[in-house]
Design a protein around this ligand. Structure first.
Ligand code: SAM
Length: 198
């Protein structure tokens, strides 16, 4: 899966490859998994993450994952109808931990996992360890983490946290705009990649 001498990173729900770009910049080989094909700079496998068995990632140095956030964002809205919804399905989030567990067991060593999602996910999956702007992080988040350059002053909530037109519109243009806004910022991806260099 990776060239000799180069560490391997696995990017689950890779989207436009924000995580991937940070790892490539730090000389990792990267394999990304998604159910949709988008512009992506590394090896892309079109596969549902739920169907993956982690043992195939035994050579990975690190796994990163950004499961879809719509159901958490939506439930965080201050709308009455949202309170009547059933709890969200956490299976994609949970699959990341299962895959990491299977990978670690097959490798005989601990393989770190970092999951990114929205603030609203905390109510359903537990408190995040850190956040970088609106990118909330769970799992093996390093003790030292970067702050966004402009800090809270320049804080802009992600479009998907504020504008729910996307729930009523599935046009390709709208989907492309949302994918762009969900892309992991390079400084965050670069930091995680550096910290996990073997
Ligand atoms: C929040 S976006 C990922 C953003 C990405 N980290 C980036 O930097 O661009 C979530 C991605 O999960 C993908 N996805 C949704 N359900 C999936 C599934 N069951 N298996 C694999 N990918 C899935 C979507 O197609 C979407 O690209």
């Amino acid at each position: 899966m990776s060239a000799p001498g180069r560490p391997l990173a696995i990017d689950l729900f890779c989207g436009l490859g924000g995580w991937t770009e940070g790892f490539l910049a730090n000389s990792y080989d990267v394999v990304g998994f998604d159910i949709e094909r988008r512009p992506y700079r590394a090896q892309l496998v079109l596969q549902d993450v739920l169907t993956l068995h982690g043992s195939q990632f035994r050579k990975a140095a690190v796994i990163v994952a950004s499961p879809p956030c719509q159901q958490y964002s939506y439930r965080a809205m201050p709308w009455k109808r949202v309170r009547e919804l059933p709890p969200p399905d956490n299976s994609l989030f949970e699959a990341c931990f299962r895959i990491r567990e299977e990978a670690s067991q097959a490798a005989g060593r601990y393989i770190p996992l970092i999951i990114e999602n929205v603030r609203g996910a905390q109510r359903w999956v537990g408190r995040a360890a850190w956040h970088y702007d609106s990118y909330y992080l769970w799992g093996d988040v390093p003790a030292l983490m970067p702050f966004p350059v402009d800090g809270r002053k320049g804080f802009k909530p992600r479009f998907e946290d504020t504008d729910f037109a996307r729930f009523y519109s599935t046009t390709p243009e709208r989907k492309a705009a949302v994918a762009k806004l969900s892309k992991i910022p390079f400084p965050l991806a670069d930091h995680i990649a550096r910290v996990h260099l073997p």
